[in-house]
Design a protein around this ligand. Structure first.
Ligand code: UDX
Ligand code: ADP
Length: 465
């Protein structure tokens, strides 16, 4: 079959996989290929056991796979035949050298650019899909257009705003799609061509075009604003616990002001995920390199508040369990950074687990999807401890809670809302503590069952303190 366009995506991860599957599903006239250096991942994309858990994604993939959606490790050959290349490789925070802990590690991006250069023999549009620091496009442009073979690459920024767990819905019906390019004739032509892909199923007015730097900066800004809301409400949760106010009521009361809005006001153990922290650190680093110290400090505070919230959660457990957790069995309900994903990148559960293990607690982790990642993440933590510190994983929450002193809810999985807490209470040691770090349970009911209940951001329901 002759396809209208050949679209390639380099990087088959949480962003590239779902985004390209949606494009292929909605646009059967395009050939969409996704490549990755990771062979296992590519193999998994070809089965019904996809490498990422995302509700509804398998159906989308199955509709298009083999028709106009292909997964491959043939990177160079795929680059050669592509008209438009989306770059969706990982951009973690740098762990070494200049900017360590803040700047983005661009080695994967640069390697990708060099591969594109090596394999190309015709003009192409290169689309930045990963979250990148502002002005990365310029660096990409320099590498790519340094060729002396007369090949022209037009760089377009098209940041992804999908959230994990709701990726299919977000891709199908996004608030907006953002496409930035150079304000030149060829730049505008390229961004129109990329916009046309999305206009196949997204209303025209939601496809926003801008200059390339605005587009790059908007992605960092959107994540920074969302994270800032969570840190703001989390800071208030501490005040609420100390005063008798209820953070859920405060959130509702302010959220009805249409200027504020009601989204992203759930107080929690802290935000996680691959984007928020990384993007804010990026913003901080950019501000510092521009000499904007006050701006850098302003955004850094959002992260500090998040760290504080994680520590505060564990300190609260400690304080209310007679200042010792040593040898006590704690069931951690949830390890994923949010519900409906197996992703554990930057999950608050990791830091909470680490602190609980440092307190010599006997930790049991249960999670519907994230146990495999939790095991990998905690491996170095466990090997750093002596034999008397214990960690285990349990798929069944009832078994995890059996004989436990406390349950700590860390991820807002629906699975945890529908459990029989009377049965759980009966199997626990007494007093049985429940720390609801996501406020997903009915605290009054739990208290009536007999639990010592510690919600987040409101007064505890307890018989003893
Ligand atoms: C985020 C952005 O929402 C998305 O637009 C961007 O493309 C990638 O980063 P994601 O990290 O997948 O998406 O999840 P999100 O739903 O934003 O949640 C991030 C974290 O904040 C989670 O740990 C979540 O539990 C937490 N959160 C969210 C809260 O603690 N309270 C809230 O009210 C909302
Ligand atoms: P994101 O959440 O941004 O999608 P992931 O880590 O889930 O990040 O996915 C990025 C993917 O990019 C990984 O599967 C990784 O193997 C892949 N990748 C990194 N560098 C390259 C490269 N040079 N060529 C092809 N794939 C790459």
């Amino acid at each position: 079959m002759n396809f209208e366009k050949n679209i390639l995506c380099i990087g088959a991860g949480y962003v590239g996989g779902p985004t390209m599957s949606m494009i292929a599903d909605k646009c059967p006239q395009y050939k969409v290929t996704i490549v990755d250096i990771n062979e296992e991942k590519i193999k998994a994309w070809q089965t019904d056991d996809l490498p990422i858990y995302e509700p509804g994604l398998l159906e989308v993939v199955k509709r298009a796979r083999g028709r106009n959606l292909f997964f491959s490790t043939e990177i160079l050959a795929s680059i050669k035949e592509a008209d438009i290349i989306f770059v969706s490789v990982n951009t973690p925070t740098k762990t070494f050298g200049e900017g360590a802990g803040k700047a983005s590690d661009l080695q994967y991006i640069e390697k990708t650019a060099r591969m594109i250069l090596e394999a190309s023999d015709s003009d192409k549009i290169i689309v930045e899909k990963s979250t990148l620091p502002v002005r990365t496009a310029e660096a990409l442009e320099r590498v790519l257009n340094s060729n002396d073979r007369g090949i022209r690459f037009e760089i377009v920024s098209n940041p992804e705003f999908l959230a994990e767990g709701t990726a299919v819905r977000d891709l199908e019906n996004p608030d907006r799609v953002l496409i930035g390019s150079r304000e030149t004739k060829s730049g505008r032509k390229a961004r129109k061509e990329v916009g046309d892909i999305y206009r196949n199923w997204i209303p025209k007015k939601r496809v926003l075009e801008s200059n390339i730097w605005s587009s790059e900066l908007s992605k960092l800004t959107a994540n920074a604003f969302l994270a800032q809301r969570i840190s703001s409400i989390n800071s208030l949760s501490a005040i609420c616990e100390a005063t008798g106010a209820d953070v859920r009521e405060v959130a509702r009361n302010i959220g009805t002001d249409t200027r504020i809005g009601d989204k992203f006001l759930n107080a929690s153990v802290g935000f996680g995920g691959s984007c928020f922290k990384k993007d804010i650190l990026n913003l901080v680093y950019i501000s510092e390199t521009l000499g904007l110290k006050e701006v850098a400090e302003y955004w850094e505070q959002v992260i500090k508040m998040n760290d504080y919230q994680e520590v505060r959660f564990v300190k609260n457990m400690l304080k209310n369990m007679f200042n010792t957790l040593a040898g006590k069995k704690i069931a951690l309900f949830g390890f994923a950074f949010k519900a409906d994903t197996g992703d554990t990148r930057e999950t608050p559960a990791y830091y909470i687990s680490k602190m609980l293990l440092e307190e010599n607690a006997n930790l049991v982790i249960t999670d519907p999807k994230a146990i495999p990642n939790a095991k990998i993440d905690l491996e170095p933590v466990v090997s750093a401890y002596t034999a008397d510190k214990m960690l285990s994983f349990e798929e069944d929450p009832y078994k995890a809670a059996y004989d436990a002193d406390a349950i700590a809810i860390v991820t807002e999985w629906n699975d945890f809302k529908v459990l029989d807490y009377k049965k759980i209470f009966d199997s626990m040691r007494k007093p049985a503590y429940l720390f609801d770090g996501r406020n997903i349970l009915n605290h009054k009911e739990l208290f009536d069952i007999g639990f010592e209940v510690y919600p987040l951001g409101s007064s505890p329901l307890t018989k003893y303190s």
